[in-house]
Design a protein around this ligand. Structure first.
Ligand code: SF4
Ligand code: FES
Length: 249
């Protein structure tokens, strides 16, 4: 299988072609290891867990942000695993992928440091800004906080986020407006807002033009999320709640 891989030293960028022998069960990350070990040891990419847990291997594969460690080469070859995403970074109208090669590029909407490694500082700054931690009041219980199963159910969907930034890279609004806090940070904010243990009024933290209100509901975030987190649903619910609050005043 031919791999067309984006290369950059931060100043100059180009593409390199590599032939990688196919093996059953091979992931895109396996293929990148093959390239690095056997063909070009200067190729740079990020990874850690190799099991879809750490979120560090997200990259643009065939124009869709995905985790390299859980993307099977075989399925891409067969045209499977292709979420219908719109706008940048999806294929533009009339643009086609080369059927004989697999395209690997860094996540869009982030500055490239080297090859497939991007600088995600902005993503994590926005995440920190929206205070992603539990704020309780009063004396903590002797053991753990108890929660009813129905209180955990909705919250769990958002807890699954592994901060891979695939949603941020897939979001056309983030592509146009670098100040948009992005789907992951907003989903996390909503996750603490609905946590019955949390005492801080949080929705207001993103009640501005670059927060909840910037989303245009393209829903790319949900389509590319490797953990099925639905940031678009969180944003819709937060907006409805804020609107009701303002109408009730
Ligand atoms: S919401 Fe999904 S796509 Fe976005 S950072 Fe979390 S795990 Fe990744
Ligand atoms: S290497 Fe950790 S998610 Fe892919």
């Amino acid at each position: 299988m031919k791999f067309k891989v984006f290369r950059s030293n931060g100043e100059k960028s180009y593409y390199d072609d590599f032939n990688v022998p196919h093996e059953p069960g091979q992931t895109v990350l396996d293929a990148l290891f093959y390239i690095q070990e056997k063909l070009d040891d200067s190729l740079a990419f990020r990874y850690s867990c190799r099991g879809a847990v750490c979120g560090s291997c997200a990259m643009l594969i065939n124009k869709v942000p995905r985790l390299a460690c859980r993307t099977q080469v075989e399925r891409l070859k067969e045209g499977e695993d292709n979420p219908d995403i719109k706008g940048y970074p999806a294929l533009k109208e009339g643009e086609k992928l080369n059927e004989n090669s697999l395209l690997v590029e860094p996540l869009p909407h982030f500055p490239v440091i080297k090859d497939l490694i991007v600088d995600t500082e902005k993503f994590f700054e926005y995440y920190q800004e929206l205070k992603p931690c539990l704020k309780t009041e009063g004396k903590p219980p002797e053991k753990e906080y108890f929660m009813e199963p129905e209180d955990v159910k909705e919250l769990e969907e958002y807890t699954n986020c592994i901060l891979c930034a695939a949603c941020f890279a897939a979001c056309p609004v983030d592509g146009e407006n670098p100040d948009f806090r992005g789907p992951a940070a907003l989903a996390k904010l909503y996750r603490f807002h609905i946590d019955v243990r949390d005492q801080e009024d949080r929705l207001e933290l993103a009640d501005h033009k670059d927060g909840w209100w910037a989303c245009e509901f393209h829903t790319n975030c949900n389509k590319v999320c490797p953990k099925n987190v639905p940031p678009n649903v969180a944003i819709g619910k937060a907006r409805a709640e804020l609107k009701k609050k303002k109408d009730d005043k």
